[in-house]
Design a protein around this ligand. Structure first.
Ligand code: NAP
Length: 482
């Protein structure tokens, strides 16, 4: 939850904006509040159009003096080391502003270090190709090769749910590619991004290569869309905002990492104990606020009862509570409005015939992990992204049916199948219309070097440093007459 204010409040952490290497105040402040108890956890300056233009000026100026690849790689490696060194502070910042349980916040902090390490590797091996010119009569007597050039200033817009690692997935590859960045983190969670900016500065990143703005999304977004010097917008967030940015910026590259309504198929021949424990953990981690949180579980009918019997106990055993407690599994949703939205979707599904197998009620202010059976395919919980601690379980008859059910939404980010039948696994991998398919692992799994991204409404790109660097560079061919 964030509030714009001009008043000076007592704050736990005060961080400034970074523009052209200067730490900047603007006179107005955004208070960052804990989604758990609404306490103030920090404040950041409030930027608008002017600061955004200054940030683009600074990024453009920085790129006029390119940094060599070895220098970029050294900075990226140093940031990785600093993130590892300061993992506790970093995880506490994530947890405080996002309401993310410490267990998950620690994983995010260490994954962000890995994202920087992988980006350093990409900086060191960024190279073009040699073109086999005498493969056609036209090319005989010529030598040609390609070089990869930075695309230009990159605007990065990031969501609240991974306030550090999804920033890392934009900032680290951009630097590896030789691009300067103007970053706008989510207003609910700007502190982790500004902490990361401090670490980048400490690591020796020269002025202008990373600029960070906080403030009204539309105002900052409009400048980033309109300014022709911004050559690429790298956006992670909701479907509606993402695709509308792409429509509004037809001459820029706009890469989109958006939502999902993550399905998983559990075949009767699967190891049901393993599937149940992996899915119980991955449907409710960070209260389901991951774009690949397990949402729809389809179980082959003969195994349905046995699966549900194994699935419900670990779900019921998840510990709700204060995200700052090291043993909490499930904390709050990002806002009361989001919690109430999920509650209304549960009520709607029940009215349409769904049965609550677990949860569905509050424990204090927190929504308990909720499992619904018999949710109709048309209910919101079956077709839209819940982004809350809820999953459905439904029986299926044939693998064809299961694949059709899994494909039956507008989303296509990741999906999974649990089976010991190689043929079924390979069919699912081919026929599930998703950017990633996991076999005998929850579809919530991601390692940061993987290509990660969606089809259909879920997006149009792949992140993971190697893939993002490709998006952030342009190939130039050089032809020499011999
Ligand atoms: P969101 O509301 O779309 O916000 C994402 C970012 O966009 C925030 O920084 C937001 O700023 C900014 N924004 C909002 N309106 C804008 C506009 N008109 N112009 C420019 N920027 C604008 O999404 P969210 O609620 O933070 O994140 C949840 C969504 O992200 C879910 O749908 C989830 O699936 C998706 N997600 C996808 C991935 C992936 O890799 N595919 C990963 C994580 C999350 P303010 O905060 O200031 O509004």
């Amino acid at each position: 939850m964030s509030h714009y204010t001009a008043s000076v409040a007592t704050t736990a952490a005060e961080r400034k904006l970074l523009i052209g290497g200067e730490w900047v105040e603007t006179g107005g402040w955004i208070e960052v509040r804990s989604p758990y108890d609404d306490g103030i956890v920090g404040r950041v300056p409030h930027a608008g159009r002017d600061e955004t233009r200054r940030a683009v000026d600074a990024a453009e100026a920085a790129m006029r003096e390119p940094l060599p690849a070895h220098g970029r790689a050294v900075v990226l490696d140093r940031v990785a080391a600093l993130l590892a060194q300061k993992e506790d502070e970093v995880a506490r910042t994530i947890s405080a502003e996002a309401g993310k349980p410490m267990k998950a916040a620690r994983v995010e902090a260490s994954r962000a270090a890995s994202t920087f390490t992988m980006a350093a590797v990409e900086a060191r091996k960024l190279a073009g190709d040699v073109v086999p010119m005498d493969a056609s009569p036209a090319g005989v007597g010529k030598l040609a090769f390609t070089v990869r050039r930075p695309i230009g200033v990159v605007a990065a817009i990031s969501p609240f749910n991974f306030p550090l690692n999804l920033v890392a997935h934009k900032v680290a590859p951009a630097l590896a590619a030789g691009c300067a960045v103007v970053l706008k983190p989510a207003s609910q969670t700007p502190l982790s991004a500004l902490l990361l900016a401090e670490l980048e500065t400490e690591a020796g990143l020269p002025p202008g290569w990373l600029n960070v703005l906080c403030g009204p999304a539309r105002e900052i977004g409009d400048v980033l869309v309109e300014d022709e010097r911004v050559r690429m917008i790298s956006f992670t967030g909701s479907v509606e905002v993402g695709w509308s940015l792409r429509e509004r910026a037809p001459r820029k590259k706009v890469t989109l990492e958006l939502g999902n309504a993550t399905p998983v198929i559990v075949a009767a021949d699967a190891d049901l104990d393993d599937a149940a424990s992996r899915l119980a953990a991955n449907a409710f981690s960070f209260a389901g606020q991951s774009c690949i949180s397990v949402q729809r579980i389809y179980v082959e009918r003969p195994a349905y009862d046995a699966f549900v019997d194994r699935f419900l106990p670990p779900v019921e055993a998840l510990k709700l509570g204060d995200p700052a407690d090291e043993d909490t599994d499930v904390g709050p949703l990002i806002s009361t409005a989001d919690r109430d939205r999920v509650i209304s979707w549960i009520a709607e599904a029940r009215a349409e015939g769904a049965e609550v197998l677990a949860g569905g009620t509050l424990e204090g202010e927190l929504l308990r992990p909720t499992v619904l059976a018999n949710a109709p395919p048309g209910a919101k919980v079956s077709r839209e992204e819940v982004f809350g601690p809820l999953c459905t379980v439904s029986p299926y008859e044939t693998l064809d049916d299961a694949i059709a059910l899994a494909n039956g939404t507008r989303f296509g980010l990741q999906a999974g199948i649990f089976t010991n039948d190689l043929h079924a696994a390979l069919r699912a991998a081919h026929e599930l219309e998703f950017g990633g398919v996991t076999v005998n692992e929850a579809p919530t799994f991601r390692a940061d070097q993987m290509p990660y991204g969606g089809m259909k409404d879920s997006g149009n790109t792949r992140e993971g440093p190697a893939y993002a660097v490709r998006e952030m560079t342009e190939e130039r061919v050089v032809v020499l007459q011999l």
